[in-house]
Design a protein around this ligand. Structure first.
Ligand SMILES: Cc1cc2nc3c(=O)[nH]c(=O)nc-3n(C[C@H](O)[C@H](O)[C@H](O)COP(=O)(O)OP(=O)(O)OC[C@H]3O[C@@H](n4cnc5c(N)ncnc54)[C@H](O)[C@@H]3O)c2cc1C
Length: 715
């Protein structure tokens, strides 16, 4: 830092130091003002210009030095100078002070502010980059960040000083007016009854309502800007068009029809989307067959001397298709048409915020609509690994077409889909090598969860390779080989088929998002706000295409918000609530979770206690030959409030429901402990873990007294 900057910094530091050392803050209180009100008003009457000048100078100094007191001074301005002059003086004083603070930050305090407010700076910088002065305007109008933080942080952005000045003055004007007006009322209070005067009450109501009104205004201005280049139809044929008939789209359309809106649902491929056709339903059907096989293999354990399973893989895969066909009517065109949804089998393309072009086998037509919900889902991500395209790969999209069991299967990916299919194919008889580049499979779960599942996989004959990165696929002597790197060494894995399950990527191209400029996130999902609105407030997104979760139940959960918000905004809209999201990975033993696990609590620095109950102790689990796994509950230290639960074991996903309900409705472990659970069931584990927690919190002193009481009673 050069000498001039240092000198300026020193002067500023001294001024701020003097302010706090002499406790000058006491002069910036309403009490102090009230005590001096008569004298100040007399001075103002005698010397109006000088009073205004002194007031302006003090206000500039306070805001320029980022000292506390500006809000009180604004109220006082109303009291001394009245609404008009008070507003004019404060408007200029606050803007000049803000600009001085801005300049100081720009030239001197850059490093300090960056260190202190780095996290806030990131968001503001991103906003400035995207929307320039308008972003500052919204910050001024709706004070999400404190006034002085905005001044200091703006100094670090590329915004021009002139722009900062006039946008600040304009943006703060409405707030200044509301505060100064409240000040004019404050001046009139001279008795307790005055506090309840209609004028003062109205002023405070205005003060409270101001941020809400400002928010609405900003939303309206923003909306006008994005819609400016589009021509809005005079009337709409329908209330809602839903793109995609997967979990999110079906539920959206269902809700819209149930509340009597005119809704069109467009599906270009198969009704039911991924969940029905290539996701949850086929995978769970296949898992069931594989589990039966695993039980047959364990038959001796259950006292059966000899059992034999003779099967054809193709029959198992045909059963999967039968299951899909049995479930399909739930998601069919007929069912939804019967519910009042106009279902169109065709490809949708958004051509304006209110029009969707749909191409069917017969024709292309344009639908006009008040709102649109994008529920276009996701697809498997296939990474650009050299040689992969040449050898060809299976994904969760096409694996269901297999009718011949691959003898040697490589599964890339240790996430839920990769792990479920790894175990399933191993149980069906494939020699499976699971390759994961992270240090363990199921990385989102706690280490002991991954450990338990890995142990089981290995016991069932799976080769689990963690810390292995798939580098290349080659064909050697007519045989497919994966080259995976581990600790700088290459490992060669020969295989017959490779399943790629390294993640799913949202469908965001080729249906109009690019043309409308609807942005996507870093995770490549459609960017939405908390109400699931995209850049265009009448276009919503739900399900895998919007993220952040990729489950059928979260897609359905979001669908409710998307449907209701799309149909009732601006009258009423709701923020999507992600506070209690459960999920399950259907490996054996099943892994189910809601809320925080231990690794997340530690990473986020959230204080917690852990209670664990081992299922090897549970009567029913022992009787069922399923005595493995645990229930692990995280609670707020010293309280029974649940922060999160992980269950590993038979039917973990079903067992978790009790905790999902408990967390959703604020029920603690004491209440679970006080609830009757049927004996002998797996669900008893939920009560027993509450017992573990209770034991750890037993009131030792009280129990010592109770012991004495019993001793005394024995005589
Ligand atoms: C193997 C596997 C197992 C899974 N297991 C589970 C599980 O056990 N539990 C769970 O909760 N989740 C599971 N999932 C995830 C679940 O399937 C998805 O989260 C869910 O299907 C997402 O629903 P969606 O409506 O967002 O998208 P999708 O179901 O993908 O539906 C999107 C639909 O939009 C259509 N579409 C796209 N663009 C257009 C267009 N321009 N015009 C018309 N139509 C269009 C597509 O054809 C598709 O039908 C699994 C996924 C996989 C792959």
């Amino acid at each position: 830092m050069n000498t001039r900057k240092l000198l300026l910094l020193l002067v500023l530091a001294i001024l701020v130091g003097v302010f706090f050392a002499l406790d000058l803050g006491r002069f910036f209180s309403l009490d102090y003002f009230k005590s001096q009100q008569v004298a100040i008003e007399a001075y103002r009457a005698a010397q109006p210009a000088l009073t205004a000048g002194i007031f302006l100078a003090v206000y500039v100094a306070v805001t320029g030095l980022s000292l506390p007191g500006a809000a009180i001074m604004t109220l006082v301005a109303g009291a001394i100078f009245g609404l008009l002059w008070g507003t004019i003086i404060v408007s200029f004083a606050s803007t000049i002070g803000a600009t001085l603070a801005f300049l100081v930050a720009r030239f001197v305090l850059r490093d300090w502010v960056q260190g202190k407010f780095g996290d806030k700076l990131k968001a503001i910088n991103a906003g400035i980059e995207k929307e320039g002065g308008f972003y500052l305007f919204t910050l001024r109008l709706i004070p999400i960040f404190p006034f002085f933080v905005i001044n200091l942080v703006m100094g670090l952005t590329p915004i021009r000083t002139r722009t900062f000045y006039w946008v600040s003055q304009l943006g703060m004007l409405a707030g200044t007016l509301v505060y100064v007006n409240a000040g004019t009322q404050l001046a009139r209070i001279d008795s307790l009854q005055g506090i309840l005067s209609p004028g003062l009450l109205l002023s405070f109501v205005l003060l409270g309502l101001f941020p809400l009104i400002a928010k609405q205004i900003v939303a309206m201005v923003k909306a006008r800007r994005v819609y400016a280049k589009w021509r809005k139809p005079k009337r709409f044929d329908r209330n809602l068009v839903v793109i995609g008939a997967g979990s999110a789209g079906l539920v959206t359309a269902y809700i819209a029809a149930a509340i009597k809106a005119k809704v069109t649902l467009i599906e270009k491929h198969r009704m039911g989307g991924d969940c029905l056709n290539t996701g949850c339903v086929p995978s769970k059907a296949l898992i069931r067959s594989a589990k039966l096989l695993s039980h047959i293999q364990r038959s001796a354990e259950f006292g059966l001397r000899r059992t034999e399973a003779e099967f054809d893989f193709a029959d198992v895969m045909e059963r999967v298709q039968r299951v899909i066909r049995t479930v399909a009517p739930h998601d069919s065109v007929e069912r939804y048409t019967g519910l009042g949804v106009d279902v169109v089998e065709g490809t949708a393309k958004i051509t304006s915020p209110w029009t969707v072009e749909v191409t069917t086998a017969e024709a292309t037509r344009t639908l006009t609509t008040r709102a649109i919900v994008i529920a276009a889902g996701a697809r498997p991500f296939v990474p650009p690994i050299p040689g992969l395209a040449e050898v060809g790969c299976l994904t969760s999209d096409n694996i269901w077409n297999l009718r011949e069991l691959p003898k040697r299967l490589v599964v890339l990916g240790g996430g839920p889909i990769g792990s479920e299919l790894t175990q399933t194919f191993a149980r069906l008889g494939s020699q499976v090598t699971q390759v994961e580049m992270a240090p363990r499979i199921l990385m989102r779960e706690d280490p002991e969860v991954s450990e338990l599942v890995t142990q089981r996989f290995r016991a069932e004959g799976v080769t689990v390779l963690v810390n292995h990165q798939a580098k290349q696929f080659v064909v050697e002597n007519g045989e497919n080989v994966l080259i995976a790197e581990h600790d700088g060494q290459d490992l060669r894995v020969p295989f017959d088929a490779v399943l790629v399950a390294v993640g799913r990527v949202a469908n965001t191209t080729d249906y109009g998002l690019e043309e409308l400029g609807i942005p996507t996130t870093r995770a490549r999902t459609v960017e939405t706000n908390a109400y699931l609105q995209t850049l265009y407030p009448n276009i919503y997104a739900a399900g895998d295409v919007a993220g952040p979760f990729q489950f059928t139940h979260t897609a359905a959960h979001q669908a409710w918000y998307a449907a209701v918000n799309a149909l009732f905004d601006p009258l009423r809209k709701f923020k999507a609530d992600y506070s209690v999201i459960p999920w399950s990975t259907f490996v054996d033993p099943e892994v189910a979770r809601v809320g925080l696990n231990e690794q997340e609590a530690k990473a986020q620095g959230i204080p917690h206690e852990v209670a664990v109950y081992g299922l090897d102790d549970l009567d029913r689990a022992i009787a069922d030959g399923a005595a493995h796994g645990f229930v692990k509950v995280l609670t707020v230290p010293g309280k029974d409030k649940i922060l999160g639960v992980t269950i590993v074991g038979e039917h973990a996903g079903d067992l978790l429901a009790e905790y999902v309900l408990a967390m959703r409705h604020g029920i603690g472990l004491n209440k679970i402990l006080g609830t009757i659970h049927i004996y002998p069931t797996l669900a008893e584990a939920n009560k027993y873990v509450a017992g573990v927690w209770k034991k750890a919190h037993a009131p030792a002193k009280l129990l010592a007294w109770v012991e004495r009481f019993h001793t005394w009673r024995r005589g």
